[in-house]
Unconditional design. Structure first.
Lengths: 334, 319
């Protein structure tokens, strides 16, 4: 089944998302141009069949927006999303889009907010099945929901179906949210920091379940996280984002062991290591991420970059292939 | 030299359903200029423990037993008035969890920091403001930031402001409760570096409360692992890492993904932390412990010295 793994499942092509800034009444009258938050700016990548692709970056870098654009929860300002040869962004009919949605699902960050408190676990997991009309009758629906609960180690499932979210622990809630996403056996999933709200001792169990389900249903996966160490454990390839742009992309091992972009280097150096004997060189960069309303001209990282030259202030470096499957957007490599 | 000694401290919250045993028989020592880490998962009692040291407790909390000896004085027996005048902020200060979001939005940061100085020391406003500027510089902000308001500052800068505030009265001990959880890794590394530098510069001891073990290894020289209101393992960072004794510590350590070294499977602990209203009998970890024996169900292990003076563990495996 080699062909499966080389198949592109979903592709982002030059995705751009600018959010208009809300101004006060007088400012709207006075200003000629509406300022925009440049959340995602010209982002392209491919995710292959049965692959876990990581999107890593600090808060506000646009990783969540990218995830949402990919399953068209929000409309892009420009650019395309292609899912198995279908241009998702050009679909106009609600009906067609809904059909496609059964194949692309999302798991949100906070299981305390993403589950409806008035719905029982059964209804939460059955809802996607009902909306998509995939089951013949109620018995089949029930069977499917119970099976999903069992897949998630929420056993015995009969004990969980009538519970409400407030009767579940954080880890159990997130499993229900994962169940809701997987019950339709989607081909592509976005997980937006699925374990960042959970305690460490519970985290690994949820991740193990997640990886198991991906393998079983041959799904492809976009894993959004701020935790580089976690991405290392989950993903085959990662892309590092900074201020709405991908600055580096490649196989996880290579990007983490030999980071090429100065930002990736700084990000990885800042990650604390749970081992007192691991002494590493520390390059702590100064300053903070500039505003995405007026991103710096040229390379967006030049204001904090220890290697910045003249050209970095003027010209934006393109994301260029340095070696096979390794892309870096930096003037250092030319 | 010992700065703070907590002995058999028990603090319970009284609720309608009974007593929540948030801090149960906890003992540890912090030396001068130590950096002590208190680690545990959410709800294990680490914040309660810190609040008990400063006696900043809600009305339903009771210190049931134990002593908190700080610079020779027992804070448990001390009157509230004396504690306020002599200890809080002057000798022990605290960076509360989420403190950076609790800054007063309509006061300049200079005024907020100098307020703490004026309240505790007999100085003029001018002197207090000068000192504020000095402390802002120490935490890596510029002097002229003194006139700024919280909304003009970023998260990392606000965290530096509350750090400066905690240090403003030259305390001997600063308790920092999850000081970097809301920050991104790069900013976190910057703030931790400042904390590390100031330890030597100002001769201050830190007590760092966190759920993130990797932070402790980067900043502390001594740590205690808490589980369900109790300290299960306690000792020097180096010896604790070299020889992890308690099954909980071991599981906790291996459940953190690391960015260096070989990729190993992340371990997980089945079940979830117990309800502190009705903690399990015997060792509180026994229902989740892979090495639980018969004795663990009935008899509670006590925190004892093993492997030399600097390493304590509460587990029946090491009797």
């Amino acid at each position: 089944m080699k062909s499966l793994t080389t198949n592109v499942v979903i592709e982002a092509r030059k995705l751009i998302k600018h959010f208009p800034l809300k101004l006060g009444f007088f400012k709207t009258l006075l200003s000629k141009q509406v300022p925009y938050v440049h959340a995602v700016d010209d982002v392209s990548f491919k995710i292959f069949g049965q692959e876990v692709f990581g999107l890593v970056g600090e808060s506000g870098c646009g990783k969540t927006t990218t995830g949402r654009l990919l399953i068209r929860l929000i409309e892009p300002t420009a650019g395309e999303v292609v899912f198995k040869g279908i241009n998702v962004t050009s679909i106009n009919s609600e009906k067609e889009m809904r059909k496609l949605r059964s194949k692309m699902q999302i798991i949100f960050q906070d299981p305390y907010e993403s589950l409806n408190p008035r719905m029982s676990v059964f209804d939460i997991i059955a809802e996607p099945l009902r909306i998509q009309n995939v089951t013949e009758n109620e018995d089949e629906l029930r069977e499917r929901v119970l099976q999903t609960l069992e897949d998630l180690d929420l056993t015995p499932p009969e004990e969980f179906v009538f519970r409400f979210p407030h009767e579940l622990s954080g880890g159990q809630r997130q499993r229900v949210a994962i169940g809701r996403a997987f019950v339709l056996r989607p081909e592509f999933l976005v997980a937006d920091e699925p374990v960042s709200m959970l305690d460490v001792s519970i985290r690994s169990e949820v991740l193990r379940l997640l990886l198991g389900l991906i393998e079983r249903y041959h799904s492809s996966f976009l894993y959004i996280t701020h935790d580089v160490a976690l991405a290392r454990h989950m993903c085959g390839r990662i892309a590092v984002m900074y201020l709405g742009k991908i600055v580096e992309q490649g196989s996880t091992d290579k990007v983490i062991q030999e980071p090429m972009h100065p930002y990736t280097e700084a990000l990885i150096a800042a990650v604390p290591v749970p081992d007192p004997e691991a002494r590493r060189t520390k390059v702590v960069i100064k300053g903070e991420v500039p505003s995405a309303i007026n991103p710096p001209p040229g390379c967006r990282f030049h204001t904090r970059c220890p290697y910045a030259w003249e050209i970095c202030r003027k010209k934006e470096p393109p994301l260029a292939a340095i070696e096979k499957d390794r892309y870096v957007a930096c003037h250092k490599y030319k | 030299m010992t700065l703070l000694q907590v002995k058999n401290l028990k603090m319970y919250y009284k609720t309608l359903r009974g007593y929540v045993q948030a801090v149960d028989d906890v003992s540890f020592e912090v030396n001068k200029e130590d950096s002590f880490g208190l680690v545990g998962e959410s709800g294990c009692g680490k914040t309660s423990c810190a609040l008990t040291i400063l006696k900043l407790l809600p009305s339903n909390a009771r210190i049931v037993k134990g002593n908190i000896i700080f610079e020779g004085k027992d804070l448990v027996k001390m009157k509230d008035k004396d504690l306020r005048r002599q200890i809080r902020w002057k000798r022990i200060s605290m960076i509360f969890q989420g403190a950076m979001n609790a800054l007063h939005p309509t006061y300049s940061i200079g005024r907020q920091i100098s307020e703490a100085i004026i309240l505790h020391e007999d100085v003029s406003r001018q002197e207090a403001l000068e000192r504020t500027g000095k402390f802002l510089e120490l935490v890596g902000l510029e002097q002229d930031q003194i006139k700024r308001y919280p909304h003009e500052l970023s998260g990392g800068m606000k965290q530096r402001v509350v750090t400066a505030m905690a240090l403003a009265c030259n305390p001997a001990l600063v308790i920092a409760d999850e000081p970097t959880t809301a920050l991104d890794v790069i900013i976190q590394a910057q703030v931790l570096r400042v904390m590390k530098e100031l330890r030597g510069k100002l001769k201050v001891a830190w007590m760092l409360i966190t759920h993130d073990l990797s932070l402790i290894t980067e900043t502390c020289n001594k740590l205690a692992i808490m589980y369900a209101g109790k300290i299960v393992e306690y000792g020097d960072l180096a010896s604790l890492y070299k020889e992890t004794l308690h099954p909980y510590t071991e599981k906790l350590l291996t459940s953190f993904p690391s960015i260096v070294g070989p990729i190993r499977e992340l371990s997980s602990i089945p079940g979830f932390p117990p309800d502190l209203l009705n903690p399990p009998k015997g060792c509180r970890f026994h229902p989740r412990c892979p090495q639980a024996m018969e004795i663990c169900k009935g008899e509670e292990p006590i925190l004892m010295k093993t492997h030399g003076e600097k390493h304590h563990v509460a587990c029946h495996l090491y009797r």
